[in-house]
Design a protein around this ligand. Structure first.
Ligand code: SME
Length: 156
């Protein structure tokens, strides 16, 4: 990813200027999509606790039929039920995978969370196999942590 530090600084500036999480979530998705040519689809899902579902907040890329995903289903829902980020080198190996685009080969899901609560996740799809490294996960987690910070402030 190109310059994660710059992206974090831009989100920090938005926060300092009083922007709410809605704007930060949209900016993060747009900037992440632009930051790396391997990132073919980037979106944020927010967790709706009552429904037990992830609800698509915003995305850049092709439209998806998976606007709502039950916790425990697919790569996205598994990240929540296991409380773990997911890096899938080959999505065809995932039994309950939810396909949005037949050209997608790999996927990374990074949770937006603080110590006690999962707020949602950043989902990234790539048309390349094994597109996502540990470093990608680390960098996207830095962004997810920034978003979690603002969501936690608003929900306190
Ligand atoms: N592939 C995901 C569903 C979301 S789409 O990638 C946009 C999954 O298996 O949960």
């Amino acid at each position: 990813m190109e310059n994660v530090g710059k992206l974090i600084a831009e989100l920090q500036e938005m926060q300092d200027n009083g922007y709410l999480s809605d704007a930060l979530l949209r900016a993060a998705v747009r900037k992440l999509k632009e930051s790396d040519s391997r990132y073919d689809w980037v979106g944020v899902y927010l967790l709706n606790h009552e429904a037990g579902e992830l609800w698509l907040h915003n995305y850049v890329g092709a439209g998806t039929e998976h606007a709502k995903i039950p916790v425990g289903t697919g790569v996205c829902g598994t990240a929540v039920s296991e409380g773990q980020n997911q890096r899938i080198d080959d999505v065809s190996t995932v039994e309950n995978y939810l396909s949005c685009d037949p050209d997608v080969k790999s996927e990374m899901v990074v949770l937006i969370r603080n110590a006690s609560q999962i707020f949602g996740q950043i989902d990234v799809d790539s048309k390349q196999k094994a597109a996502f490294s540990e470093e990608d996960e680390f960098e996207v987690k830095m962004i997810a942590d920034k978003l979690a910070e603002q969501i936690a402030i608003e929900r306190a």
